[in-house]
Design a protein around this ligand. Structure first.
Ligand SMILES: [Fe+2]
Length: 184
């Protein structure tokens, strides 16, 4: 069995645990171990960056267990807007490079405006993974380096859209639906 197939088997076992806290905790362990042991060897097409923005490519979809694994490839300086995860749990691991992860707390909503407070920035190195369990799901991911970074994301479903939050001059944010697709 090749390394990626073995990792998928471990993810299957983790998702069978049931509740989001148990599942994401186990996936975090599995991802960190696999990356640390250099068992996440991705085919070349996952390494290709896109000038328009970070690339999002499907690595695995389990129809039986209802989860997906997605690889994202980040050119120098590429980042997401502030976004949510459509209520889907997620574990995100750094496979190559380095990522800055800034988590936000939603502190107020009203009249179509959203207020957030940044909870500080985590500098995530290769082999570190983080869990996102709704409702604590607001964040910005950025590749702060001048070389590409690669991340692996495991979602408790298929994220076909999410919300992005656009900063306004008065410090509030406007919410917008963002359809998500795979880049090939
Ligand atoms: Fe995210």
């Amino acid at each position: 069995m090749d390394d990626l197939t073995a990792l998928i088997h471990h993810l299957d076992d983790a998702v069978r645990l049931g509740g989001p806290a148990a599942v994401t905790g186990r996936i975090k362990q599995e991802l960190e171990r696999a990356i640390h042991d250099r068992r996440v060897s991705l085919p070349d097409r996952f390494r290709v960056t896109r000038p328009e923005g970070y690339a999002r490519r499907l690595l695995h979809r389990s129809d039986d267990l209802g989860y997906t694994a997605v690889v994202m490839t980040w050119g120098p300086g590429q980042k997401t807007p502030l976004h949510d995860h459509a209520g889907i749990w997620c574990v995100e691991g750094v496979v190559e490079g380095r990522m800055d992860v800034t988590q936000f707390d939603l502190i107020a909503t009203g009249a179509g405006r959203y207020r957030f407070e940044a909870r500080g920035c985590v500098h995530a190195e290769v082999g570190s993974a983080g869990c996102l369990i709704p409702p604590f799901e607001y964040h910005i991911l950025a590749n702060p380096t001048d070389t590409p970074s690669i991340t692996l994301h495991v979602y408790g479903g298929e994220m076909t859209s999410c919300h992005v939050f656009e900063p306004q001059p008065d410090g509030t944010y406007l919410r917008r639906d963002k359809p998500l697709c795979y880049n090939d």
